[in-house]
Ligand binder design. Sequence first.
Ligand code: FES
Length: 267
Amino acid sequence: MAENSADLSGSEREQRIAELKAKMQASAKKNKAQSEAPAEVKAAPKVAVVETAAAPPPPAVSTTQAKSNGAATNGATATAELAQTTTIAAAAAEPVFVEDSPEVKARKEMTRREFMTYAWGGALGLLALQGATGLFFFMMPRFKAGEFGGVFFIGPESSMPATDAPPQPNVAGKFWLVNTTDEGVKAIYMVCTHLGCLYKWEPANFRFECPCHGSKFTREGFYIEGPAPRSLDTFLVTVENGEVAVDTGKKTLGAPSAESPARAVPV
Ligand code: FES
């Protein structure tokens, strides 16, 4: 099918070139028509590729022929025509937009869905981790025994002071220990309920007195007088295996001053 170009005469060569040109032009028209019709886009690449491949290197053939035969006029014409066909072929070979097939679209869609699933999963996992961390720190004891905020073991019940004895200070636990007839052992927080001063035990008056603004409280911690808004706060006292324990992490606020059974001036 492919005769040697060097064997062709001038007219045969021109005929051959014309044929090639016609083929290339037809191919270009076809491709253009396909690119303008979106529904047929998918078929375009194949046609363009086949036609381009079926027209091998015409420029090379014409150039060789022109040089070898010395036919300047015919060669120049052929070269010009072939240059034109080459331009058309190059235009036909321009990339054509190919729409994704339904399978590819479905695959991409699935990938997006998977991404959203992973994102949601990650967010929920982080929330769960945060909750678990909070619960862990809430549940675990934050203070050691014998450290303020933790539990103080102050001895067996039999070793508690008498119910009429002065209060005993526990500096580490920041409480006064008293034994009462009505409420048993009490651990009274050492901080004044007015503005937080450290009140003192006044043996001469047998009561607590705050040096800051003069609030006064009974041995059991009840409000007597002064600007304090409530009786003294207390810590939880329990008995564990016969030993009295004061939990300084569990504080109970004193009752309002007006409800104190020991207030000096009834409201
Ligand atoms: Fe105690 Fe004000 S702080 S009376």
